[in-house]
Design a protein around this ligand. Structure first.
Ligand SMILES: *[C@@H]1O[C@H](CO)[C@@H](O)[C@H](O)[C@H]1NC(C)=O
Length: 338
């Protein structure tokens, strides 16, 4: 009994595969057939150009020959001939006006994200379907994409993406958190509903290309105008990002040019261009990655340091606090975006 079921199932599968294969072949054939457009507005596949074939051949030999070169789209001699013969206006007229369609290179932008294994990030594929996405689970090393440990909040995921794709980056890379929308989870996202879907849909990728870096939060607080003052005297109390920042800077950048003030609108959601990422060698990102992995700082503090360092890594001044309206205009195409 069982064996016969199995054989039956296998046979069904094979039939299904054959049918799918046939269907795919048919689809391909279709696409070949449909390309019979000539650019002057006559559909090469239609029979509109069949009549009057023989007379005009003698009348207008030169123009007809011209039109053959100028207008033919498909390599099908019959169609060209009949199209040219069928209508003298077209044969003698000026060159056709081509319809243009902007070329959108698929897969040329990506959303990079860190998530906890308990979090559901299906919304990214569902609601932002024209973006690729690359989502690292930070607390499960058996997940398909994962960071080696859960440290530095989102930092390891962001850096790991760059390291793994340094030679093959899409032109726009967006780094965001795992919350789709709503308060308090996504409180730091700027739209009415705190929605990362709305904000990413509105994102002006040409600004990202121009500026290299765009912070996705335009509300200045928290973060601006002077969140981190590494040399504040007396220092803040408690284990704050500010207190560990100067030392972390030296370790990250191999220099002692620690800025007086570091500021950026909070929360580590931003977009960068490939060109901007490539301003640094791969070894820099590996170095930052190792730093996050090995620093004795806590998860929170390592993440805090990176939160106030991304904009500097990606070419901006230590204080990056554009006017909020200007920011909305640049990043979302509307000064009253929220
Ligand atoms: C810092 O110095 C180390 C050791 O010389 C080097 O491997 C690393 O790439 C440097 N990192 C940066 C960001 O300059």
């Amino acid at each position: 009994m069982r064996l016969s079921y199995r054989i039956g199932t296998a046979a069904l599968l094979i039939v299904a595969i054959i049918l799918i294969k046939r269907h795919l072949d048919l689809v391909q054939d279709d696409s070949r057939v449909q390309s019979g457009w000539s650019f002057n507005g006559i559909s090469g596949g239609s029979d509109s150009s069949v009549p009057v074939a023989s007379e005009s051949k003698n009348d207008a030999n030169a123009p007809a020959a011209d039109s053959k070169d100028g207008f033919s789209v498909v390599g099908d001699a019959n169609k060209d001939q009949s199209a040219a013969d069928g209508d003298d206006d077209i044969a003698l007229g000026s060159r056709p006006v081509y319809e243009t369609t902007p070329i959108i290179v698929p897969n040329d932008r990506v959303i990079v994200m860190a998530k906890l294994s308990a979090e559901d990030t299906a919304w990214v594929s569902n609601d932002l379907a024209d973006w690729r996405n690359y989502i690292y689970t930070v607390d499960d090393v058996n997940a398909a994409k994962h960071t080696p440990m859960n440290k530095g909040r989102e930092s390891l995921a962001y850096l790991q993406y760059i390291i793994e794709h340094y030679d093959d980056l899409p032109s726009t890379i967006v780094f965001i958190h795992s919350h789709r929308d709503g308060y308090p989870g996504a409180w730091h996202t700027d739209t009415m509903d705190y929605s990362n879907v709305d904000s990413i849909r509105a994102l002006q990728t040409d600004f990202v290309q121009r500026n290299g870096y765009a912070n996705l939060r335009c509300q200045l607080s928290p973060g601006c105008p002077d969140e981190i003052r590494p040399f504040r005297n007396p220092p803040q109390s408690g284990q704050t990002t500010e207190r560990v920042y100067a030392q972390a800077w030296k370790e990250l950048f191999n220099n002692t040019d620690v800025p007086e003030v570091v500021a950026v609108a909070c929360c580590s959601q931003f977009a960068v261009s490939r060109e901007q990422v490539l301003q640094r060698p791969l070894s820099d990102y590996q170095w930052f990655y190792e730093w996050v992995l090995t620093t004795p700082l806590s998860d929170k503090l390592a993440g805090g340091v990176m939160e106030y360092t991304w904009h500097i890594i990606f070419g901006q001044d230590p204080v990056y606090c554009p006017d909020a309206y200007q920011c909305y205009e640049d990043v979302y195409g509307n000064p009253y975006f929220w």
